[in-house]
Design a protein around this ligand. Structure first.
Ligand code: ZN
Length: 411
């Protein structure tokens, strides 16, 4: 790789992708939720064609798959690399004006008159003194999540297309939409992929890889009371709002998102609305252990029957839906999946550490579909925020790492 530098291909592509207004919309009833996501997918497809990769499938539902055939005759495990083109809507995600800072001086970065990216809040900035970082103008997020991932994968494509001597097995690039709405894989047909292993390029800090995420359940709890005129309510009214309030009070506070970290799971009440007659509450339950998730679902059911006893005449129903499951259960089945990452880290001289995702990824859904999919860092920081920044040298490390991963499978 001595004649090839990933820095320029990644930076140029990343900057051009940030110009697409691909903020996704969690309230849209169609896919992709915003049309610019398909515009970007089309632009990526054209770019792939100009690299000489003509075998692409574009799906109107917001997916692009590119297939790069093997250039060796012996059988090699097919692998895929995946990234999403949408950006979050937590702050404004459209109209991004990325600013490149070359030879960063290690000091605070003034984004605009109001906002400053400080070293105190971002001690990792110091590590990138002298290198290139990319920041926002303070009015929007940057979109390193996950356009950095897209740019890194496309830079690998450029390397492969310009280095015919680089031996590789069958490779697929998968670009998805609406990851940030939690619906990234809802319309995805995994039978379109030949890959036996996939890697999402959708992490953060340099060196971090993730093979474990939460098991997640959404539980709807409905409280049914007996309404009546409040002036003559004694002994008759069963107030569903009081039932819900009493129920929520019984849920352990030491198992809430704000009281837990690391491997501890939680209950979180969200989205409550009600009247005397009917109150509904949504709970998000999370845990790395499936048994613990199931225990919490059962605990809510017990609280439901307790609430019915406390409010004679009232009814409580509990309905759970498993949203995603811990990908570790699928990834552990094939030890070569994580070995491919750590062995490649050694080859590329990149120090790696495994982290837990206190959330889910598209890779978790793909893992459950039978393709184990760990997650790799991009070099993006402060994701979903106007303080988002990208460390270009971390992104370059990621590209070097996945180049080695391709080599690992062909060896
Ligand atoms: Zn992401």
């Amino acid at each position: 790789m001595s004649d090839f530098s990933y820095a320029t291909p990644i930076l140029n592509r990343f900057l051009s992708y940030t110009e697409f207004d691909t903020m996704s919309d969690p309230h849209a009833a169609f896919r992709p939720s915003t049309p610019a996501q398909n515009d970007l997918l089309h632009a990526i497809e054209e770019d792939l064609h100009s690299m000489g990769f003509g075998d692409t499938t574009f799906l109107e539902t917001g997916y692009l798959i590119a297939r790069i055939p093997a250039n060796v005759t012996r059988p090699v495990t097919p692998v895929a690399f995946m990234a999403h083109v949408d950006v979050a809507d937590d702050v404004q995600g459209n109209g991004v004006k990325a600013r490149v800072i070359e030879r960063y001086d290690g000091n605070d970065v003034r984004l605009n008159e109001t906002y400053t990216l400080t070293v105190q809040d971002n001690p990792l900035l110091k590590k990138h003194t002298g290198s290139t970082i990319v920041v926002t103008d303070g009015t929007t997020l940057l979109g390193a999540d996950d356009k950095a991932g897209v740019a890194i994968i496309m830079a690998l494509g450029e390397y492969i297309s310009t280095h015919p001597e680089f031996e590789h097995g069958p490779i697929e690039f998968v670009f998805t939409s609406d990851e940030e709405t939690g619906e990234g894989m809802d319309a995805f047909d995994s039978s379109l992929l030949g890959a036996k292993v996939c890697y999402t390029i959708d992490g953060t800090q340099g060196g971090e890889v993730e093979a474990e995420c939460f098991n997640a359940a959404t539980v709807s709890v409905d409280f049914y009371g007996i309404p009546c005129h409040l002036g003559s309510a004694r002994g008759k009214l069963v107030n569903s709002v009081s039932m819900a309030s009493s129920f929520i009070t019984m849920v352990p506070k030491n198992e809430s998102p704000e009281a837990t970290d690391g491997r501890y799971g939680y209950y979180c009440a969200d989205d409550i609305k009600g009247t005397l007659e009917h109150t509904s509450v949504t709970f998000h339950l999370r845990d790395f252990e499936r048994g613990e998730l199931d225990r919490r679902i059962e605990a809510l059911k017990s609280l439901a029957s307790t609430t019915e006893k406390l409010f004679p005449g009232g009814k409580v129903t509990v309905e759970e839906k498993i949203v995603y499951t811990n990908m570790a259960d699928y990834i552990k089945k094939d030890p070569k999946v994580m070995e491919s990452i750590f062995a490649s880290g050694k080859e590329a001289h990149i120090e790696l550490q495994e982290k837990l995702i206190r959330g889910g990824t598209d890779g978790a859904r793909l893992s459950a579909m039978g393709i184990p999919t760990p997650n790799i860092f991009t070099g993006g920081h402060n994701l979903h925020s106007r303080y988002e920044w990208l460390a270009l040298d971390d992104a370059v490390d990621c590209a070097s790492l996945i180049t080695e991963i391709v080599r690992y499978w062909v060896k």
